[in-house]
Design a protein around this ligand. Structure first.
Ligand SMILES: [Zn+2]
Length: 470
């Protein structure tokens, strides 16, 4: 499962998208909700299979709860609002068609409170509720799912260059994406601020999060992602005027609303993981070392950073110190279990991961590592059961599929093993291996149900190839 999958797609991918996907609207000026839903489904598939998406429920699940709280304060929407977290150091977030909100880890890592994070999401949700994207598409000459997917992909492809300096090729795609980008107008921004503050207050958050968040984004705009990333501010113009206007608006709210403060416990857990796992390990180590109060979360963060630097003994000592001060937290157990698994202490790994899973059954990461650890011990039935549960939530993750296939093969469940290997290779875009395993599973299918499953996988993969143009 991708903790931090790499992305080396570049221009070719962007160009492929532009030509491969058939435009939906034949006449300009109509971008219907059906078009938007189709776009969203394809966009999901592209993001999931091409970008370093974060599946960890401690991060993604938490963000979805913020989104859900805000959505409950909005007028009813024609589609469910879904959040995707992408590993990228830039402070950025954007709404795309059909209520899809993408948030970069840099935003979580650099904001200070839940109210601030909720504010940025509320602003993006207001772009959704006001249908700014659909309206912008209707007004542009680039109508069609293909061109819009290209633009969205271009923004993401470009943004990947932040961590590795950025090649000319990737920069080229950013320039291309920029020139085609569907920019929000200043009017759109004012609307989004206004409705956004409304949703924020209605959902019980503090409105001061809005001005604090935008102030931080303004100050940090060159930090993290690098100057070549289309920044939040370049896609959300007029920040100076907007800040003043928002301050004025918030000042008119009742005192008790202005004085609200959200509980930051869950936010700080997500932020801890983002800083510990998704920033440079030396930077991460420095961040947590400097928390001289040595609060429990900082100790865990330091342990994770040390483990990423392969300083095994110091890491082990910090993990043990972290667990000693927070002995019952499933996240602490999960992280220690992962570390123990990575460095070969299977008994410790299984014990901690099992406890983490029992206390938090929704933690797919704990389950993923638990499945791997018990497989190492030879307990394939338990590992298959756990990995099948993980696959349900991340059905296109090659690493998960490949592990599951391996355990199924070890149990002699060859039909299913070949089918899962086939999917794993298809999503890695290794199509000759995909074909090999599909043929094997087809030959092994013994009843109508199994033959149906073969057909389903074939249909799933041909759609995937059609959408990506490969
Ligand atoms: Zn905006």
């Amino acid at each position: 499962m991708k903790l931090a999958g790499g992305l080396r797609a570049g221009v070719l991918f962007l160009v492929c998208l532009l030509v491969a996907v058939r435009p939906v609207a034949s006449s300009f000026g109509e971008f219907t909700i059906r078009d938007e839903l189709e776009l969203a489904r394809k966009f999901d598939l592209i993001i999931e299979t091409r970008f370093p998406v974060i599946h960890d429920n401690q991060i993604k699940g938490y963000l979805q709860t913020l989104v859900d709280r805000l959505v409950a304060a909005m007028p009813p929407q024609p589609f469910p609002i879904k959040v995707t977290v992408v590993k990228n150091g830039a402070m950025n977030a954007f709404a795309s068609a059909a209520g899809h909100i993408t948030i970069f880890t840099g935003l979580i890592g650099n904001l200070a409170t839940e109210d601030e994070l909720a504010s940025v999401i509320a602003h993006e949700l207001a772009h959704v509720s006001e249908r700014h994207i659909a309206k912008s598409i209707e007004q542009s000459q680039l109508v069609g799912v293909g061109s819009l997917l290209g633009i969205l992909a271009g923004v993401l492809v470009g943004s990947q260059s932040g961590s590795d300096g950025g090649s000319a090729m990737i920069l080229g795609s950013v320039a291309g994406a920029r020139s085609m980008q569907l920019k929000y107008t200043r009017e759109n921004e004012k609307d989004a601020d206004q409705y956004g503050v409304g949703y924020l207050v209605e959902a019980g958050f503090s409105p001061s999060g809005m001005t604090n968040a935008f102030d931080t984004i303004r100050k940090m705009q060159w930090v993290g992602g690098g100057g070549d990333v289309p920044s939040y501010l370049s896609t959300h113009p007029g920040m100076d005027d907007r800040l003043a206007y928002m301050q004025e608006r918030i000042a008119r709210l009742p005192q008790n609303v202005r004085d609200r403060k959200s509980d930051n416990t869950s936010f700080l857990r997500a932020k801890l993981l983002v800083q510990a796992w998704f920033t440079d390990p030396n930077t991460a180590k420095a961040i947590f070392e400097s928390s001289k109060g040595q609060k429990c979360p900082a100790v865990l963060g330091e342990a994770i950073a040390l483990s990423r630097l392969h300083q095994i003994e110091p890491a082990k000592a910090r993990f043990e110190a972290a667990l000693a001060c927070n002995p019952s937290d499933p996240l602490w157990k999960r992280e220690y279990g992962r570390f123990a698994f990575e460095y070969g202490n299977l008994d410790v790994a299984v014990k901690n991961l099992q406890e983490a899973v029992l206390r938090d059954p929704e933690d797919l990461f704990a389950l993923f590592f638990y499945a791997r650890a018990v497989a190492e011990q030879g307990n394939y039935p338990a590992s298959v059961k756990a990995m099948e549960r993980v696959v349900k939530d991340v059905p296109r993750d090659s690493e998960v599929l490949e592990n599951l296939a391996r355990y199924q093969a070890a149990m002699g469940r060859n039909f299913e093993a070949h089918l899962n290997y086939a999917k794993a290779f298809a999503y890695k875009r290794q199509f000759s291996k995909y074909t090999f395993h599909m043929e094997k599973s087809e030959a092994l299918a013994t009843n109508a149900q199994e033959r149906d499953r073969v057909l389903q996988v074939r249909a799933e993969i041909s759609e995937f190839r059609e959408i990506l143009g490969i």
